[in-house]
Design a protein around this ligand. Structure first.
Ligand code: COA
Length: 333
């Protein structure tokens, strides 16, 4: 049987830094309030002419280069995003595949908001284990600044731009395989976090009027509570299902939405500080890009070594949630 192994990681962050102090010039807020409630100090913002697919392509190029797998051997590209270059079509995955010179691939996007990377990990795993594909490029890429309401202090302080990518490939060696991926969703909570306008749910005549209101809206306080409850349950379940103790996790890589959510879930698992990967202070919430950007961070700082077991968890609009147990399994040179 074929198993699926995570071979490499890559990321891209835009140059422009937007600090909490910068935000306090734009809306009624302060560095102290934002840092205390979220753990965020600054976030990156893409340039006007920098597209989501440009960031995704840069992250994907890096992941491919590091994987040691030839471009012509990639047979599937999946992108998780809620801020694609074009809503509906063409897909970001298809644009990125073409930008980086991939031919003869299957490519599509998925929409699972901040859980997007965990979802595309499960898709890569399923395609590989079924034997349908062998080498899958997965990308989480977001230009959230384009769908942020910069007059709403309840949301604009949280989000940032960036991209991350990974190459997942087939292996016969179970020891290097992705152990498990959990995914879940509950549309009963759809209105907690959404872009309410601009889709086909809007009357045709209203689309022009609503063009400026295709922004994210969130009930932050309720979202926070559901996030902590759902994630704590989910990460405990994935560890128990696989008979893995939290102290054998080398890196706990949570979705980087809010330090207080990360801390609550980490504490419930009795994670030590050195196990918990944090980038929320410097990138804010980059939705589907946040987990691969965080994995890239520990890779580039030399903390991520071959064989290290990672526990990923994420939560987002939908509502969606998920977790994964993933060893880092680069191809041996
Ligand atoms: N600066 C200053 N004050 C702010 C503010 C800001 N940026 N945003 C909100 N406030 C105010 C509110 O108006 C409210 O004022 P009031 O008491 O006078 O009515 C007060 O702060 C408390 O608001 P509340 O929304 O209850 O704050 P909170 O402690 O829940 O923190 C969030 C707000 C958004 C930081 C927090 O709810 C959160 O992080 N939620 C989860 C968000 C998330 O992770 N979403 C993505 C999931 S992937």
């Amino acid at each position: 049987m074929a198993y699926a192994a995570l071979r490499s990681i890559g990321a891209y962050v835009p140059q422009k830094v937007l600090t909490n102090d910068d935000l306090s010039q734009m809306v009624d807020t302060s560095d102290e309030w934002i840092y205390k409630r979220t753990g965020i100090k600054e976030r990156r913002i893409a340039a006007d002419n920098e597209r989501n697919s440009d960031m995704g392509a840069a992250a994907a190029e890096l992941a491919l280069e590091r994987s040691g797998i030839a471009k012509e051997d990639i047979d599937l590209v999946v992108c998780a995003t809620i801020s694609p270059d074009y809503f509906n079509m063409p897909s970001n995955a298809t644009i990125i595949a073409t930008k980086i010179g991939l031919k003869n691939v299957t490519s599509f996007d998925i929409s699972a908001a901040c859980t997007g990377f965990v979802y595309i990990l499960s898709i890569a795993k399923a395609f590989i284990e079924s034997g349908m594909k062998k080498n899958v490029l997965i990308i989480g890429s977001e230009k959230l600044s384009a769908i942020t309401d910069w007059t709403d202090r309840g949301t604009c302080i949280l989000f940032g731009d960036g991209a991350g990518a990974a190459v997942i490939s087939a292996t016969e060696n179970k020891a290097e395989a992705i152990v498990d991926v959990h995914t879940g969703a509950d549309g009963e909570y759809a209105d907690l976090l959404m872009t309410p306008n601009g889709g086909s749910g809007s009357a045709h005549d209203d689309l022009d009027k609503e063009a400026g209101s295709c922004f994210m809206q969130m009930k932050g306080n309720e979202t926070f509570k559901v996030a902590v409850r759902t994630l704590t349950k989910d990460v405990k379940e994935i560890l128990a299902d696989n008979n893995i103790e939290s102290d054998s996790i080398k890196h706990f890589v949570p979705h980087q939405a809010n330090y207080r959510i990360i801390k609550a879930v980490g504490d419930a698992l009795k994670m030590k500080e050195e196990q918990v990967v944090l980038t929320v202070h410097k990138y804010g919430n980059t939705s589907g890009a946040s987990i691969p950007m965080a994995i890239n961070d520990i890779y580039e700082s030399g903390r991520l070594q071959a064989g290290d077991m990672m526990l990923l968890d994420a939560f987002g609009g939908g509502l969606t949630w998920g977790s994964a147990l993933v060893p880092f399994s680069p191809l041996q040179k």
